[in-house]
Write a protein that binds this ligand. Structure first.
Ligand SMILES: NC(=O)c1ccc[n+]([C@@H]2O[C@H](COP(=O)([O-])OP(=O)(O)OC[C@H]3O[C@@H](n4cnc5c(N)ncnc54)[C@H](O)[C@@H]3O)[C@@H](O)[C@H]2O)c1
Length: 274
């Protein structure tokens, strides 16, 4: 067998092997261009609640990279996410939230929503106060309902759009010490599935992202053994970064997911598989 007939033989420098393969003009760039188009949110206005938080900030950053104009709704005094249009608003204030949606309508409408704001008030059930329950349900679930209700006519009129509600795997499996939080996150799933059925005929998609443990301010104070358990539960053997969740939000908000609605997308490294 001589060198030129062997597929595994080391080619001579004169053969050109080792040089990068030149792309066929036009052919290689077309699929990439199409992919960029499918992921693009250029010309779209997206309202993100909790945009100053760990996951919210990553969502704002990635949606902006995809070309969206992002309105970040978070508490007054929360650090403003760079590049976003900041709308200070306490989501528990019904009138203030309605004003923000009205402003968006006046500015030309809304194309997508991401409800990312959330709080915890962890205690075992028999120690949970009414206030612990109400506070968590108010921000995590009631605000999502009020936001969706206010934005639905805008999205319907536009005849297209996407809503992503950030839930948690603990809304699916329950969690010791989190009856209020888990109930609020389970409620988001029912809300999203119902809204998906009601808004589907208007080409508005409604989905849920359910993260497992993510490294943010919400989890940094947890005891090390809780973090270790989450890491051990994960098939990937790690705790998520906020950007991992943001990628799923971008997928669901983009035209790549145009036939996806009423779904719960877990972003948990395989922490919960059922
Ligand atoms: N970190 C995790 O491990 C994890 C896991 C699963 C789900 N989640 C969910 O992801 C979302 C984001 O969590 P995070 O870890 O980034 O938390 P975070 O505490 O970093 O961010 C939450 C954001 O919500 C805002 N917020 C709270 N109350 C508000 C109110 N009344 N009005 C307006 N804004 C308010 C906060 O100011 C903050 O910017 C939450 O819904 C959380 O439940 C987080």
């Amino acid at each position: 067998m001589n060198a030129s007939s062997s597929a595994n033989a080391t080619p001579s420098p004169a053969s050109g092997a080792g040089r990068p393969v030149a792309p066929t003009p036009g052919a290689a760039s077309a699929p990439n261009a199409k992919l960029a188009e499918l992921l693009s949110l250029a010309g779209r206005r997206v309202l993100v609640t909790g945009g100053s938080g760990g996951i919210g900030l990553a969502v704002v950053e990635l949606l902006r990279v995809a070309g969206a104009e992002v309105w970040s709704v978070d508490l007054a005094g929360a650090p403003p996410p760079p590049g976003a249009i900041v709308k200070p608003c306490d989501l528990r204030d019904k009138a203030a939230l309605a004003r923000v949606v009205h402003e968006a309508q006046a500015a030309g409408g809304l194309d997508a929503l991401v409800h990312c704001a959330g709080i915890t008030r962890d205690r075992v059930l028999w120690k949970l106060t009414d206030d612990d329950w109400d506070a968590v349900l108010d921000v995590n679930l009631d605000a999502a309902f009020r936001l969706l209700r206010a934005a639905a006519p805008i999205l319907r009129a536009r005849n297209g759009g996407s809503v992503v509600l950030v839930s948690s795997i603990n809304g699916e499996r329950g969690k010791f010490g989190q009856a209020n939080y888990a109930a609020s996150k389970a409620g988001l799933i029912g809300l999203a599935k119902s809204a998906a059925r009601e808004l589907g005929r208007f080409n508005v998609r409604v989905n849920v992202v359910a993260p497992g443990m993510v490294r943010t301010a919400m989890t940094e104070g947890l005891p090390p053994d809780v973090l270790r358990t989450a890491q051990d539960e994960s098939a990937l053997g790690r705790i998520a970064e906020p950007a991992d969740v943001a990628r799923a939000v971008l997928f669901l908000s983009s035209d790549l997911a145009r036939h996806v609605t009423g779904q719960v997308l877990r972003v948990d490294g395989g922490q919960l598989m059922a």
